[in-house]
Design a protein around this ligand. Structure first.
Ligand code: M7G
Length: 302
C-alpha cells in the first residue's frame, strides 16, 4: 500500500496561496511524517491543449456572476495521472530539522561575519553531514534516480550530476527545476569556495547550460536558466539550483536573502584572496533554525 494512504493527519505546518501548496504534519506507522501537496500548473504544449478541449476536461461548471461581457465562476476539471491535479512529496520518517523547515516561523535578517562562521556555523555544519546526506550519495554513487538523470560528468574532481529537483514534476518545462550535485565531498557550502575554484565553477556552469539545453531539445536555452545557490542551504554538500527564468513561483527558494547567483559568487572569488569564508554574508534566518539559538540571534543589525 502507498505510504500516503497510511498518513494520519495531525496539523497544518504551512500553506501558501500563491504557490498553491499546503504542508501537513502527521504520522505513518507511529512516526512523524510530512506531506506536501502542490497544485500542478496547466500544460501549454499544443497537443495537450487540444486534448484538454477535445476531451471536455471542464466537467462541471457553476457560474458565480456575469456582467456585460464578463463571466466568472468555478469548475471541476477531469484529470488523469498524465495530467494530474497535484504533485506530492512525502518525508518519512521526518526529523525535527525536516519539520522545522516547513513550519511557519518568524524570520530575521542577520549578518554572518567570518567569525560567526568559524565559531558557530562551521561546527554546526559538521553535525549535519551524516545520514542527512544519504539521498545525495545515493544519487552520486548508488544509481538512485538514475532514469531521471539529465547529464553526468564522472570526473572525481570536476564531476557533477544534473537531476530533476524533487520540487519539479520533471515534465513541465515552464517550471523546470534541476539540481546540479558535485561529486567532490569537500565543499559543504559557498563558504568553502576559494579563488582556486573559479575555473572549475565557470566550466561547470557552461556544462550545465549546454547539458540542460541538449537534453530538452533546445526548447530551453542556456541564457534562459536562473542558476543560483542557497545560503544557508538545507543540505551541506555543494549543489546548484537551475530554474527556468520565466518561472515566477517558488518565491521562498528564489528570494533575495537566500538565493545567490552562481555567477556573482564566481565573480566575487576573483576579489577575495581567502574565498567566501572571509566576507560577511547577510541573509534571512528563521527563528526555528538551529543556528538562531546557537548564536546567530546575536548577528542581527538593529
Ligand atoms: P537546498 O538549498 O539545500 O535546500 O537545496 P532547500 O531544500 O531548502 O531548497 C536542496 C535541493 O535538493 C532542493 O531544491 C530540494 O528540493 C532538492 N532535493 C532534496 N532531496 C531530499 C532530494 C531528492 O531526494 N532528490 C532530488 N532529485 N532532489 C532533492
Amino acid at each position: 500500500m502507498s505510504l500516503i494512504r497510511e498518513f494520519q493527519y495531525s496539523k497544518i505546518l504551512t500553506s501558501n496561496a500563491q504557490e498553491k501548496t499546503v504542508t501537513f504534519l502527521g504520522k505513518i506507522k507511529g512516526e512523524d511524517a510530512i506531506l506536501k501537496l502542490e497544485k500542478t500548473p496547466f500544460a501549454t504544449e499544443t497537443s495537450e491543449i487540444d486534448a484538454f478541449f477535445a476531451k471536455n476536461t471542464i466537467s462541471d461548471i457553476k457560474e458565480l456572476a456575469s456582467n456585460d461581457v464578463y463571466h466568472w465562476g468555478v469548475s471541476l476539471l477531469e484529470q488523469t495521472l498524465q495530467n494530474p491535479t497535484c504533485k506530492y512529496s512525502l518525508v518519512y520518517p521526518a526529523t525535527e530539522t525536516h519539520i522545522a523547515k516547513f513550519e511557519t516561523a518568524a524570520y530575521h535578517m542577520i549578518s554572518e561575519t567570518p567569525e560567526h562562521y568559524q565559531n558557530v556555523v562551521k561546527p554546526y555544519i559538521s553535525t549535519m553531514q551524516g545520514d542527512r546526506l544519504k539521498w545525495v550519495r545515493n544519487i552520486l554513487f548508488e544509481g538512485a534516480e538514475a532514469e531521471r538523470v539529465v547529464y553526468r560528468n564522472d570526473d572525481r574532481e570536476k564531476g557533477f550530476v544534473l537531476v530533476p529537483d524533487m520540487k519539479w514534476d520533471g515534465t513541465t518545462l515552464d517550471t523546470l527545476y534541476i539540481c546540479a550535485i558535485v561529486l567532490r565531498e569537500d565543499i559543504a557550502s559557498i563558504r568553502d569556495l576559494k579563488r582556486e575554484h573559479v575555473n572549475w565553477l565557470n566550466g561547470m556552469q557552461d556544462e550545465i547550460k549546454a547539458g540542460v539545453a541538449k537534453y530538452y531539445g533546445n526548447k530551453i536555452k542556456g541564457d534562459e536558466l536562473r542558476i543560483f545557490v542557497h545560503y544557508q542551504p538545507s543540505y551541506y554538500h555543494f549543489h546548484i539550483h537551475i530554474v527556468n527564468i520565466s518561472h515566477p513561483g517558488l518565491a521562498s527558494t528564489m528570494s533575495v536573502g537566500r538565493a545567490v547567483l552562481l555567477q556573482d559568487v564566481i565573480d566575487q572569488l576573483e576579489y577575495l584572496e581567502d574565498g567566501i569564508a572571509s566576507r560577511t554574508l547577510t541573509y534571512a534566518l528563521a527563528e526555528n533554525h538551529k543556528l538562531w539559538d546557537l548564536g546567530l540571534k546575536y548577528a542581527t543589525r538593529g
